[in-house]
Every structure is written in structure tokens, then in C-alpha cells.
Design a protein around this ligand. Structure first.
Ligand SMILES: [Zn+2]
Ligand SMILES: [Zn+2]
Length: 66
């Protein structure tokens, strides 16, 4: 089964600490800014999952709409 990162749309592994399996940042948990269109600092997370620290999306100052 393949999960998809909610930030950048690349394939990621399942599990507690997913890593990307495609794109320039495959093997890393950080999202590639070129794929996500987001600043560096977002981390792989499946769609529907909460962001977890230290993903920038987990920041309480960040609107939780992505
Ligand atoms: Zn990603
Ligand atoms: Zn996140």
C-alpha cells in the first residue's frame, strides 16, 4: 500500500515516521520545496493525518488548512 504526502503529493512510506519514496527528497522525511511549493521544513505525513513536530504545519501559528 502506498501513502501520499499531504504536503507535496509524493509517495511516502507507511509508518510512524514516513519518508518520501519519490521525488528529489526520496529517502528523506522533509518535503522538497520544489514539489510542495511550501517553504523547507514540512515533513512527510499521509493525507488526513495531523502534522507532528517538527513539521512547520504543526506550528500553532500556522492555519491548519493544508
Ligand atoms: Zn512531502
Ligand atoms: Zn505537516
Amino acid at each position: 500500500m502506498t501513502a501520499k504526502c499531504k504536503h507535496c503529493g509524493q509517495a511516502i512510506t507507511d509508518g510512524e515516521h514516513p519518508v518520501h519514496t519519490a521525488g528529489d527528497y526520496r529517502g528523506k522525511n522533509r518535503c522538497c520545496p520544489g514539489d510542495s511549493g511550501l517553504p523547507y521544513g514540512y515533513e512527510a505525513a499521509p493525507e488526513g493525518a495531523e502534522c507532528s513536530y517538527p513539521c512547520l504545519g504543526a506550528s500553532p501559528t500556522e492555519p491548519n488548512n493544508h
